[in-house]
Ligand binder design. Structure first.
Ligand code: PLP
Ligand code: ZN
Length: 430
């Protein structure tokens, strides 16, 4: 490794990461056996091939210190594997999305207090900007020169945009049957977009092969996955800070690979450990589409392992049939008193419309999945209606227009004449 990506001339150009390259992160640790590895472009344990995650040696971190930071995920720099000067690099500066007090939805669902964490407000309109920003930092510090990913769509958008802004090359691999909106919303950044004839799991396998062959590539969700995954913790950090440095009682999270859900749990644990919030139990629930619900099925059957499925759902951003973090999602749900459930595609569309109708938030299919699962969990008596609940809306409905295209549209088409309008309006009122 001789060159680094990015354009900061002060940056180290050797193969050894500079001092402080990963902030307060101190090592990688295997989630299966606990064996430790040094910080590097590693993602599988050398002892047991288990998944690695980032471990820290945290100093004292205060609320005031965080509140004084930028209005992006970088305010949580001390809790992320990124350097102290991260805000000076060109990133898309994601995060700090709104937490919507969803009173209308709460009333309709019979919940006392309900919030929607609306991550459609990120730079490329999904929560993936968070994870990509952290992966990009790791790639840069490790001297990797191409930012790449296999993607169900949103990740490709985020990688392509982040690479464009950082001035580096990107290569994104997507299933060829992806929504047109998501394909164009990647291609516009002039990335090397490659459509693969196959489903996401085929694309993912190819990415692993390429990662093994091509040197200097950072596949954000493969060889720098431990860093990438840490980006999802910022959802938990922001929710707590936006509630006035307080944890909610219940969180409902969409599940694709399961990374987001497990890292929201990790983020909560770290906030408590650092004394940034008062300790309290938070029940974490997972949401899947029935057409791709391997984790929900394993939960229902009482299994610890997840049996892969062939995805068949309109919720393409969640269509991962062989989820890498599936077993850990089951752990988190069982340990916190949550559950993993699924809803069918018809329910997904109905709940995209419900979120829009009640709160003015147009979520993508993943949002419909999550809200549909909230309603199901209430109906089944799994969510406590008196407890404070948060759901994640992880993406933007403008990227999955087909889901509602057959169901909503103009109420009428008329000529530009007041008479025609008045006739229509009277008919409507009658
Ligand atoms: C990727 C994605 C998720 C879930 O991500 P995982 O961390 O893989 O479980 C949820 N919602 C949207 C819109 C996504 O693009
Ligand atoms: Zn191990």
């Amino acid at each position: 490794m001789t060159a680094v990506i990015g354009t900061d001339p002060t940056h180290a150009t050797t193969g050894t990461p500079r001092e402080g390259a990963f902030g307060n992160a101190s090592h990688l640790v295997c989630r299966a056996c606990g064996a430790q590895s040094p910080l590097g472009p590693f993602y599988a344990c050398m002892e047991c091939f288990g998944p690695l995650e980032v471990g820290y040696d945290f100093p004292t971190i205060t609320r005031a210190q965080i509140e004084a930071g930028p209005k992006s995920i970088w305010r949580y720099q001390p809790l992320l594997p990124v350097p102290a000067d991260i805000a000076s690099f060109r990133s898309t500066d994601p995060g700090f999305t709104r937490l919507v007090d969803a009173g209308n939805l709460a009333a309709e669902l019979g919940l006392r207090k309900f919030h929607v964490k609306d991550d459609s407000g990120n730079p490329t309109h999904s929560f993936k900007d968070r994870v990509v920003a952290v992966a990009l930092s790791a790639a840069r510090e490790l001297g990797l020169q191409v930012l790449a990913c296999p993607s169900t769509g949103n990740l490709a958008n985020a990688v392509a945009a982040a690479a464009a802004r950082a001035g580096i090359r990107s290569v994104v691999l997507v299933p060829s049957n992806l929504e047109q909106q998501k394909i164009l919303a990647s291609a516009v950044y002039d990335t090397t977009l490659i459509a693969i004839e196959g489903n996401y799991d085929d694309v993912n396998k190819l990415a692993s092969e390429i990662a093994g062959e091509e040197e200097g590539w950072a596949f954000v969700n493969v060889n720098v996955r431990p860093y990438y995954a840490e980006g999802s913790k910022t959802l938990a950090f922001e929710i707590a800070e936006q509630l006035g440095w307080r944890l909610p009682d219940q969180i409902v999270v969409p599940v694709a690979s399961g990374s987001q859900l497990t890292k929201i749990d990790k983020g909560i644990t770290e906030l408590i450990k650092l004394g940034l919030v008062e300790e309290k139990p938070v029940r974490i629930f997972g949401a899947q589409a029935t057409g791709c619900s391997p984790v929900s099925q394993a939960y229902r059957d009482g299994y610890d392992v997840v049996r892969p499925v062939k995805p068949d759902t309109i919720a393409k951003s969640l269509a991962i049939g062989n989820p890498a973090d599936g077993p850990y999602v089951l752990d988190v749900a069982r340990r916190t008193g949550g559950r993993i459930v699924d809803v069918d595609d018809e329910t997904v569309v109905a709940n995209i419309r419900r979120l829009a109708r009640t709160e003015g938030i147009f979520g993508e299919t993943a949002g419909g999945v999550t809200l549909g699962c909230v309603a199901k969990l209430i109906a089944d008596g799994d969510l406590d209606p008196d407890a404070e609940t948060v759901m994640i809306n992880s993406g933007d409905g403008l990227k999955t227009l087909d889901a509602v295209a057959g169901q909503v549209g103009p109420k009428t088409t008329i000529r530009p004449s007041y008479e025609q309008f008045a006739d229509f309006w009277k008919g409507l009122e009658a």
